[in-house]
Design a protein around this ligand. Structure first.
Ligand SMILES: [Fe+2]
Ligand SMILES: [Fe+2]
Length: 240
C-alpha cells in the first residue's frame, strides 16, 4: 500500500528516481514552459499520492501520472499557454490538445502505457463532457478521475495565476462539491475533502512537499539556473 508517511522515501525508489531524472533532464526542449508547469505537476503528484494512500491503492503509476499529467503543455506555443486574458475558441482547442499529446509522449517515448492512459484522462468529466475522449463515469480510468480532482484543487487554491486570486479552502471545497457527479467522481471528491476536514492533509504540508520539488531540481544545474534567471517577461513568480 502507498504509505502516506513516506513521500520522501517513495521519491527515492528507483522507478520514481528514474522517472523524475528522466523527465527533468530531457525537458530542456522547452525550459521556459517547464518552469511554469512543473511546480504544479509536482503538487498534483503529492495530492494524488495522498489520495491513493487514503483509498488503499497500490498503484504507483497513478502517482507518477500526477507528475506527468501536464507534460503535453510542452508542445503548446508559449504565446497561447502564457497568454494574459481569455483565450479564443481556437486557442482553447489548442490547449485542450495537451492531455492527448501527453498520452502519446508517455506511451511512445517513456513506454508507460498505463500512466499514459491516466494522464490522457485527466480532463475527462464524469458527465462525459470532458476531453479528449468524451467518456463518462467509470469509463474514465480511476487515475484520470483522481487526477481531475487533484488538478482542479491545485489550480483553484495553490497555483499562482496572474490577476486571479486563489480561492480559500472552503470556497474550493464548495466548487468541488458542486462538480460532484458532473465534473468529478463524487466519491473521490468526498475522500479528498475529508482528508482536509479530518486534519490529515493541510496546505502547509503541501507547501512542504513543494519545497521537496525545489530540492529535487537543485540537483539539476540547468533547471536551477533557469529558475534563478531574471527574464523580464516572467508571467509567474516562483520563490525558492
Ligand atoms: Fe491539464
Ligand atoms: Fe494540471
Amino acid at each position: 500500500m502507498v504509505d502516506k508517511e513516506n513521500f520522501n522515501d517513495l521519491l527515492k525508489k528507483s522507478d520514481f528516481h528514474y522517472l523524475i531524472e528522466n523527465v527533468i533532464s530531457k525537458i530542456e526542449l522547452e525550459q521556459y514552459t517547464a518552469k511554469i508547469i512543473l511546480p504544479h505537476c509536482w503538487r498534483v503528484m503529492y495530492l494524488v499520492y495522498r489520495l491513493a494512500a487514503e483509498m488503499g491503492s497500490e498503484d504507483r503509476d497513478i502517482i507518477k501520472a500526477g507528475f506527468l499529467h501536464d507534460l503535453g503543455k510542452l508542445g503548446i506555443s508559449r504565446a497561447v499557454l502564457l497568454k494574459r486574458g481569455s483565450l479564443t475558441d481556437y486557442e482553447f482547442e489548442l490547449v485542450k490538445g495537451h492531455s492527448h499529446l501527453a498520452n502519446v509522449m508517455i506511451k511512445n517515448l517513456l513506454k508507460e502505457p498505463l500512466i499514459a492512459r491516466y494522464v490522457g484522462d485527466h480532463h475527462e468529466r464524469w458527465d462525459g463532457k470532458g476531453y479528449p475522449r468524451g467518456v463518462s463515469q467509470h469509463e474514465i480510468t480511476l487515475g484520470g478521475r483522481m487526477l481531475a480532482v487533484a488538478d482542479s484543487f491545485d489550480a483553484m487554491v495553490l497555483e499562482p495565476v496572474p490577476y486571479i486570486n486563489n480561492l480559500p479552502l472552503e470556497k474550493a471545497f464548495q466548487e468541488l462539491i458542486e462538480g460532484k457527479y458532473f465534473q468529478f467522481d463524487g466519491k473521490i471528491v468526498d475522500i479528498f475533502i475529508k482528508l482536509f476536514k479530518d486534519g490529515k492533509l493541510t496546505l502547509s504540508e503541501i507547501w512542504k512537499a513543494d519545497s521537496l520539488f525545489f530540492e529535487e531540481i537543485r540537483k539539476h544545474s540547468f533547471f536551477f539556473n533557469l529558475l534563478e534567471d531574471s527574464r523580464p517577461a516572467a508571467v509567474f513568480d516562483f520563490t525558492l
